[in-house]
Design a protein around this ligand. Structure first.
Ligand code: NCD
Length: 366
């Protein structure tokens, strides 16, 4: 009993020493963090994010963007914590971006790819997650081709009573919160790099163009842009933007959508006077039927080109979450033109935004 009590006090002492050490390292590293309240344990969806939460992410990411511009790009914030990237589906930028973000915060990282894992021997997703739990994982970053998998793992961790956080890195056609947050950060920091806040987008016209039906990025973007007060114009052929889509969104947020969400089955009305254009990849891997006559025709009708951008505001910017089918959803020359394209900035912003998310859900655990 005495031994146990001693151990308990020792643990408290260690935690306090750990906190003090980290605080002093922060002071030395001169890392400015906005004072904020953050109660979210998992990040699965943006559908219930508050304005305060968006702004906390934006301001924290701005601080980390500043850290990333220094010669020493690392802070000790998550020292001793383990971040596991559990990617059950292919990824280039999201996986690497989460890995780099965790490393910049001094966490230990574990990378998992389903194709080279024991899942090929029949292990289940939950058993895989529990294996990483047993190794002391603090944060699981999860991508899966089925909607709901990150939520199931988060519920299992809560049921087990362990303090493991889950970050959704894209689940099926459901959501991709970190992508929408980095899109928001990219746009807001373009307007004011030092003080990005979501209210900056109130009244802006933002067109989302392309394969909306299959896009988890579009769903998360719709939640954040609606929350910002922007006017969101969706444009796609009817096969990729069914009328039902609006009903799905509206049943979730009937009161806030009036006058903010518009559906178009032609590109021009969505582009007219737009401030920003978000293009989406044609997600052929998720198409179960022939939804388009040809890629050539799709490009003619919905592909973004310099000529079509003339309908937009003069300073319009184009975003794309990547990977891009060059010459299909966006013309190749436009994609590479820094005057219009924010595609590279989106990738750069991704690291700061993911550092912010890992910091916000991870800093309470030390
Ligand atoms: C997106 C994804 O995987 O959902 N890409 C990304 O994460 N950067 C969009 C896509 O695959 O088209």
């Amino acid at each position: 009993m005495f031994g146990l009590r001693c151990y308990h006090y020792l643990c408290i002492l260690q935690v306090n020493i750990g906190r003090e050490a980290i605080a002093s390292l922060h002071r030395n590293a001169q890392l400015f963090m906005p004072t904020t309240t953050w109660n979210r344990h998992h990040v699965i969806s943006l559908s219930d994010f508050s304005t305060a939460e968006y702004n906390t992410v934006l301001q924290t990411a701005a601080s980390f963007q500043e850290v990333l511009s220094r010669r020493t790009k690392k802070v000790p914030t998550l020292q001793g914590q383990v971040v596991a990237n559990l990617f059950f589906e292919a990824s280039t930028r999201t996986r690497s971006s989460f890995e780099l973000a965790a490393k910049r915060l001094s966490a230990d990282t574990l990378n998992f790819a389903a194709s080279t894992s024991s899942m090929t021997k029949g292990e289940t997703i939950l058993d895989t997650a529990k294996t990483y739990l047993a190794m002391g994982t603090d944060i699981m970053v999860i991508r899966h081709k089925e909607a709901g998998v990150p939520n199931v793992i988060a519920s299992e961790m809560d049921r087990l009573g362990v303090r493991v956080s889950v970050l959704n890195a894209g689940d099926g056609q459901h959501e991709h919160p970190s992508q929408a947050l980095l899109d928001l950060f990219t746009i807001c920091t373009l307007i004011d790099p030092n003080h990005p806040h979501i209210e900056m987008l109130a009244g802006k016209k933002i067109a989302i163009v392309g394969d909306i039906l299959h896009s988890r990025v579009a769903r998360s973007n719709i939640w954040s842009l609606i929350a910002s007060g922007a006017q969101v114009h969706l444009a796609a052929p009817p096969t990729l933007l069914p009328k039902l889509f609006a009903e799905y969104i509206c049943t979730e947020k009937t009161d806030t959508l009036n006058g903010q969400l518009f559906l178009h089955w032609q590109l021009e009305p969505a582009l007219q006077d737009a401030d920003f254009v978000m293009t989406l990849r044609l997600q052929k891997e998720r198409m179960t039927a022939h939804l388009l006559p040809s890629l050539r025709e799709y490009h003619q009708l919905f592909g973004i080109t310099r000529q079509k951008l003339q309908l937009c505001k003069p300073h319009v910017k184009v975003l794309h979450p990547g990977p891009v089918n060059r010459g299909v959803e966006i013309s190749s020359d436009l994609m590479d033109d820094p005057e219009f394209s924010l595609i590279q900035s989106q990738v750069t912003s991704g690291v700061a935004v993911r550092m912010a998310l890992l910091y916000l859900i991870g800093s309470g655990k030390v």
